[in-house]
Design a protein around this ligand. Structure first.
Ligand SMILES: NC(=O)c1ccc[n+]([C@@H]2O[C@H](COP(=O)([O-])OP(=O)(O)OC[C@H]3O[C@@H](n4cnc5c(N)ncnc54)[C@H](O)[C@@H]3O)[C@@H](O)[C@H]2O)c1
Length: 355
């Protein structure tokens, strides 16, 4: 419920989190509850059975494809955090048409239904990937040129464009262009750069970078990512209404080689090798996070850095006994899990469950 100052009071607020049964949602939902929000999840559960830690988030849940939501799903909901989607650049390449259908068309429909149902805020998980190949290593702010090089990034920009015109006195879309995430979660991902390098170091003692390590990436810990979304729910409307925020910290832009070196600092015996090749991935972007850390400074206080995140990952790899076979299996690599489900005939070519 929105107070006179336009502040959404956590204790009274019911939040629908789409895609809650993924990597980020499993960390964010308990944090939302801890912050006093009532949470309902909505997910089609592509990653059922992919547990890394000993238990995952379990709360009120709608099991549904985001392409099939209806207005009743938003009944009594004050805010939506929209995480559901085929999440990351390589998955987009698997089937660009489906990426557009799930990430863009379904997101637009979801936001329109939410607005119709009286939802006040719609917080969208976009990505710094929209900056694609940024010029000369200069840090791009929210007004910087968009230069997407993947279907995934294009789907995020497309969604951003459909959300802005929906803004009015009663409905506030907020675009969160997130840094690449790292850190432990009940549903771990090892297809993300810091998590991936940490897993190589831990399971093989070797870090082989198929590049010269020069590309830039902004990074954020999964808990800091979640804090940013909570901040946007807590902040007064005038600070967040129809805004675009780059989500991260200026100190957390790294070149890939620095990430590998951070892993080596935590696993000193591991061997670092740069092949110097230019791989298929041309993305390089350094991002300016001044806006979020200024406008939302009273609400968003990020505290993690990559080294601390690698230490946490290593502790959890030991605790939950991650070995090379598990690392290379399908549980922690999204593309492999989706390919597996399709190969088994459990998902059809449009990524719907086969009944
Ligand atoms: N992980 C990152 O580094 C990162 C960075 C920037 C933005 N994001 C965005 O944050 C969001 C969450 O990312 P994540 O890392 O937790 O991804 P994830 O793949 O771990 O989780 C996505 C969740 O969405 C669900 N989902 C996918 N398609 C669906 C559909 N058609 N209907 C219903 N549910 C569906 C999946 O079952 C899964 O539980 C995504 O939108 C992603 O693009 C992630």
């Amino acid at each position: 419920m929105e107070s006179k100052q336009g502040i959404l009071e956590g204790v009274e607020m019911k939040v629908l989190v789409t895609g809650n049964n993924g990597y980020i949602g499993n960390v964010m939902c308990p944090m939302l509850i801890e912050a006093g929000f009532e949470v309902v999840g909505l997910d089609t559960n592509y990653f059922d059975g992919c547990l890394f830690q000993d238990k995952k988030y379990s709360g009120k849940q709608i099991i549904k494809d985001i392409r099939q939501v209806d207005i009743n799903d938003f009944d009594g909901i004050d805010a939506v955090i929209h995480l559901a989607g085929l999440s990351n650049d390589p998955i987009g390449a698997l089937n660009p048409g489906i990426t557009e259908e799930i990430n863009l068309a379904a997101s637009e429909n979801c936001a329109k239904l939410a607005k119709q149902a009286g939802v006040k805020r719609f917080v969208f998980a976009s990505s710094c990937s929209v900056y694609g190949v940024a010029k000369d290593g200069l840090a791009v702010d929210e007004n910087g040129e968009l230069n997407p090089v993947t279907a995934y990034a294009k789907s995020k920009i497309g969604t951003e464009k459909t959300l802005h015109p929906l803004a009015d006195d009663n409905f506030s879309p907020v675009i969160m262009r997130n840094s690449t995430v790292y850190g432990s979660s009940p549903l771990l991902r090892l297809d993300l750069v810091v998590n991936n390098l940490s897993a190589w170091g831990h399971t093989t003692g070797k870090l082989k970078l198929m590049s010269d390590g020069s590309p830039w990436r902004p990074l954020i810990h999964v808990r800091d990512f979640s804090l940013a979304f909570i901040a946007v729910l807590k902040a007064p409307k005038e600070l967040i209404h129809n805004q675009v925020f780059n989500i991260g910290r200026n100190s957390e832009n790294y070149q890939v080689r620095e990430l590998a070196e951070a892993v080596k600092e935590v696993i000193p015996n591991c061997i670092l090798e740069f092949t110097g090749e230019h791989g298929a991935d041309t993305r390089t972007y350094r991002v300016d996070f001044t806006k979020v850390n200024t406008i939302l400074k009273d609400y968003f206080k990020p505290s993690w850095n990559v080294k601390k995140g690698v230490e946490e990952l290593l502790d959890d790899f030991k605790k939950y006994r991650l070995d090379f076979a598990a690392f290379q299996g399908r549980k922690y690599i999204r593309l492999k899990q989706l390919n597996f489900l399709q190969g088994e005939g459990r998902l059809n070519e449009k990524f719907y469950w086969v009944k």
